[in-house]
Ligand binder design. Structure first.
Ligand code: NAD
Length: 292
């Protein structure tokens, strides 16, 4: 069996199209343009690329993009003061502070300074807590994108055995919460997990967010399983995921490629969250299909 490819690029393009339509309607009917502020501290090359592509995507759907750059040596107080200004700025509906931050900064303190209703990355403790307790939250973009792809492929996730590999705050943990909220039976594996291949073989859904190139092997996969590869690893052969794509493809029922799977969904979901935040800020109905 050769797995069906889950085309995240096409799904994300369609999602961005729907967002652009909703943004145009917001402007025409209410005179509102959603605004997303992206803050970059320092000159990390990968972060600069991410920030540029986020800015471009924002403008492409008709939103306003605000970019703020601070030097790598900027004191934390300067960043906190900027976040406070953005929290108070009515033209800004979403705030994203690009991670990682320079070492002299306290990442948790910085993230938690973002107003929860503008926290379009969903990383503040308030939004993490809301997600964990089933309340309306801003949901982290990457797991939200994975959930959309899974629902599109499988319909209901109720009762499915789901294995999330990785327990980071930005991918693994919120992914597990989202799957649980959709009534999957969720196992979270991590660096200290024993017999990962065996756990994997029982899973109808595998979400790999490990950060190790081609880590998940073909003979770990239950035939017909749906495999979502979050990994982005730069290797001598270019960008590869956390899944051994060629081998897993022969066993799985469906799989996301890298690139062209989860990656494009992350930015599309950032725009989705910005639109949702704008609707909530203005007391307007939230566009459908953008939140869990
Ligand atoms: P992280 O380093 O914070 O977390 C990695 C997790 O993998 C940890 O929880 C760790 O316990 C687990 N792990 C490590 N070794 C393991 C092992 N041998 N067995 C089982 N688990 C193990 O990484 P992250 O931020 O969650 O990102 C994971 C991957 O996803 C990275 O490749 C990253 O680049 C990628 N990523 C992609 C997107 C996207 O938009 N596609 C977004 C975020 C992260």
């Amino acid at each position: 069996m050769t797995a069906e490819l889950i085309d995240g690029k096409a799904f994300a393009a369609a999602l961005r199209g729907r967002i652009a339509t909703a943004v145009a309607a917001l402007r025409a009917e209410h005179g509102i343009t959603p605004g997303l502020a992206v803050v970059l501290v320092g000159e990390d090359p990968a972060s600069s690329v991410y920030v540029r592509s986020k800015g471009k995507a924002t403008v492409e759907v008709g939103m306003e993009g605000f970019q703020h750059r601070l030097s790598a040596e900027a004191p934390q107080e300067e960043l906190l003061a900027l976040i406070a200004r953005l929290n108070d700025d009515p033209a800004v509906n979403g705030i994203l502070v690009q991670l990682p931050l320079p070492r002299h900064m306290d990442e948790a303190a910085v993230i938690n300074a973002i107003a929860p209703e503008k926290d379009v990355d969903g990383f503040t403790v308030l939004n993490a807590g809301r997600l964990a307790t089933g309340q309306k939250a801003m949901v982290p973009c990457t797991p939200l994108g994975c959930l959309m792809l899974l629902r599109d492929r499988l319909g209901s996730l109720a009762g499915k055995d789901a294995l999330v590999i990785g327990r980071s705050n930005i991918v693994g943990k919120p992914m597990a919460q989202l799957l649980l909220a959709d009534s999957a039976t969720v196992t979270v594996a991590h660096s200290r997990t024993r017999d990962l291949p065996d756990l994997c073989r029982r899973a109808d859904i595998v979400v790999a967010a490990v950060g190790r190139a081609r880590f998940v092997q073909g003979d770990w996969i239950k035939p017909g399983a749906t495999v979502i590869d979050v990994g982005i690893n730069r290797t001598g052969d270019g960008l590869v995921g956390d899944v051994d794509f060629d081998a897993v493809r022969e066993v799985a029922g469906a799989i996301t490629p890298v690139p062209g799977g989860v990656g494009p969904m992350t930015i599309a979901c950032l725009l989705a969250n910005t639109l949702t935040a704008t609707a909530r800020a203005n007391g307007l109905p939230e566009p459908e299909g953008l939140t869990p």
